[in-house]
Ligand binder design. Structure first.
Ligand code: FAD
Length: 414
């Protein structure tokens, strides 16, 4: 793979961009792989990349039923942060944040990671107590966070309306939080994994497993049967569907989550704003569109749309916080299927079937952990044992009761 550089950009611009090398191959599936990853979203592609790069396992395939990044990776609102409450979460999300900070250089692909700061607003005494408790816990874990007064918030975000229906009483700021370009994350990992020999196979629908003596032997796909020593399942909203194919149930629910963007305007907002209390989160993309995150629907569904009432529920608080945005037109709206656990923490785990591993349950907030999740899952698959940072997220916690409850830190659906 030729590296991208200023020189390659100049050379190709002179040649009218006709000679760019394909970013990744489209190989035919082989009969056998050491490890097969099901799901070509960011988490699956990152897993394959780190397996090849750090674990020396290159006979790896990623099987994707559609196109890579066409799932939640390409549908999310791109917020990245590591300001969770519990030690287990700090371990995994901060691990991810550190990988984000060098990701563009590592992949030789600009993922447009922008640490513009992320501000959680507090609108009530309860909110203040929540950010107080969480902010102090984050400090104890050595992660950056600052408390802001309403005056400091106004200075940082001049357009904000402090005296909205539930007046803003304070905020918790993570300056290292921000956004990244979601498609670029999928493309960057795909290109880098392909260069290390990983086969990325799109339009390959996994339809079942061959399991003998409680051990996964092969994957049945729309492009034939593929045998594998180990299988990692990273299919976000369809995790229970794949688990059912393997003969067990997962403790999660699949619900639609939606987002919308406005017409593009000049720069007006240079950080990410989140409000758990009145439920909205918003940032401005590099194109100038306001990217607005809505809530998840209250019913299970596999439709990648979401219901109209959620749009109303998010636009109301948005206009309360920023009355000036009432003059904007919304351009696009879409949804994705998220798999939500009861403790709002992910599942990275072995399963009742030997050599079949699952990485799922990221719910409304897994984009931020794409590098960390892929990295830890790759090391777990390679060794056959869960990495110590991933171990608390085992499926067994739903039996033992050792939940990692991030309900408050993840309260706004993102
Ligand atoms: C509207 C919205 C906003 C969000 N906002 C944020 C945010 O701001 N910050 C944040 O951190 N997170 C956010 N999230 C959550 C985040 O998008 C996900 O947690 C994350 O992208 C999951 O990545 P993934 O790679 O596991 O899943 P996906 O990208 O969904 O990849 C899974 C892949 O598996 C494939 N697949 C499924 N079934 C099969 C099969 N049978 N055979 C083969 N392939 C299969 C799918 O086609 C899909 O491409 C948001 C989600 C949504 C929907």
């Amino acid at each position: 793979m030729k590296p991208y550089s200023l020189f390659s950009l100049l050379r190709n611009s002179v040649a009218y961009h006709q000679n760019w090398q394909q970013a990744w191959r489209s190989p035919e599936p082989q009969k056998h792989y050491d490890i097969v990853i099901i799901g070509g979203g960011g988490h699956g592609l990152a897993t394959a990349y780190y397996l090849a790069k750090e674990c020396g396992i290159r006979n790896v395939a990623v099987l994707e039923k559609g196109w890579i990044g066409g799932g939640n990776t390409g549908r999310n609102t791109t917020i990245v942060r590591s300001n969770y409450l519990l030690d287990e979460s700090a371990g995994i999300y901060e691990h991810s944040m550190k990988l984000w900070e060098g990701l563009s250089q590592d992949l030789n692909f600009n993922v447009m990671f922008s640490q513009r700061g992320l501000l959680h607003l507090a609108h009530s005494v309860h909110d203040m107590q929540e950010i107080g408790r969480r902010g102090n816990a984050i400090h104890l874990n050595g992660i950056d966070s600052e408390f802001l007064t309403p005056a400091q918030i106004k200075e940082m975000v001049p357009l904000i309306n402090l005296d909205c229906r539930y007046p803003i009483m304070g905020g918790l700021l993570q300056r290292r939080g921000g956004t990244a370009r979601h498609d670029a994350v999928a493309w960057g990992y795909a290109r880098a994994a392909d260069a290390l020999g990983v086969d990325i196979i799109q339009n390959c629908h996994v339809e079942g497993f061959d399991i003998q003596q409680n051990e996964v032997k092969a994957i049945r796909t729309s492009r034939g049967t593929i045998t594998a020593d180990k299988v990692g399942c990273v299919v976000a909203g369809h995790s229970s569907v794949l688990a059912e194919m393997a003969g067990f149930r997962l403790p999660l629910e699949s619900v639609p989550l939606q987002a919308l963007v406005s017409e593009p305007v000049k720069p007006v907002l240079d950080c990410v704003i989140m409000s758990n209390g009145i439920h909205v989160y918003v940032s401005q993309s590099d194109k100038g569109e306001l990217v607005v995150g809505a809530g998840s629907d209250a019913y299970n569904s596999y439709s990648q749309r979401g219901s109209f009432d959620q749009i109303e529920h998010v636009v109301g608080p948005l206009v309360e916080l920023f009355p000036i945005f009432s003059r904007l037109r919304m351009l696009r709206q879409w949804g994705g299927i998220v798999d939500v656990t009861v403790d709002r923490s992910p599942i990275l785990s072995k399963t009742p079937v030997n050599n079949l591993f699952f990485n799922c349950g990221w719910g409304t907030g897994g984009f931020k952990c794409t590098p960390g999740s892929g990295h830890l899952f790759a090391h777990s698959l390679a060794s056959g044992d869960m990495h110590p940072k991933a171990a608390p997220f085992s499926i067994n916690r739903f039996n033992t009761g050792a939940l990692v409850d991030e309900g408050a830190a993840a309260a706004v659906a993102h």
